[in-house]
Design a binder for this molecule. Sequence first.
Ligand SMILES: [Zn+2]
Length: 307
Amino acid sequence: VGRALVALLLVATTACVAPGEPRWSDSLPRPAYAELDRVPSADNWFEVYRLPHDVYAIYEPHQFQEVISYLILGDERALLFDTGMGLGDIAGVVTGITDRPVTVLNSHGHFDHVGGNAEFETVLALDHAFTREAAHGLPHDVVAGEVAPEALTRPLPEDMDAATWSIRPWDVHGHVDDGTLIDLGGRTVEVLAIPGHTPDSLALLDEAAGLLWTGDTFYEGPIWLFVPETDLDAYERSLQRLVTLAPSLTRLHPAHNTPVAEPSRLSELARAFADVRSGRVTPRPYEPGIDEYGASGFRFLLASDDR
Ligand SMILES: [Zn+2]
């Protein structure tokens, strides 16, 4: 039910733009990408950027979610943190970067992060009801708005049919929990459970390199906290936990819009969100049932009956 609501809201968000009004794609291409090292991609639905420490950002700039998945290479194995919308051949893109065996882990179960899971043999996940539900996929009618013309800046890949596209079901092959260490060979990443945006939200920490993948808990852009599965108290606690890590970090890798951010953004975000929750920030209507709060340069979208 929650994800169906997300999809319906998305249709509203993308469809109701009058001629002359700003459109989501007006901010593209985002200037931040000009400074990054773009490398060839086996499927041009994706743009691939090589980041420091053997990390590749796999970005989907032609669909309004602008979701970013990350391939993290170890000496023996690779971890794919999220698989995007399932609109292009992300498995082919990954194979074009590495021949090491790939394990998938998702930042959370929302459809825009698990769309390519079905293409991979090994998917790890929390043992959580929300994730199990997400693994059933989503039928076409629930996500049709995601591939409507106004949600795209160019046609879908040739073998994708906008009239039938859906989120394919996927299998979980092993479980992780808060504190699970994933050994990639010469490199270990730690799973952090950071519930809030969803109950199954995860961050990924590479302590040695000082990297933190934040999923949808932090990215540059309006932060979506309006769906029923969002828990604002839990989100606030999870933010505090990430803030305590910030001094030992060198960069953040968020799941939407732009792939690199300063760790100091976490404490700025936590302060801005505390202001929202204190009632000091006046909301403005965003969509029916959703309010937008602007605080210290951040924007938050909350359900109108929530704060
Ligand atoms: Zn999400």
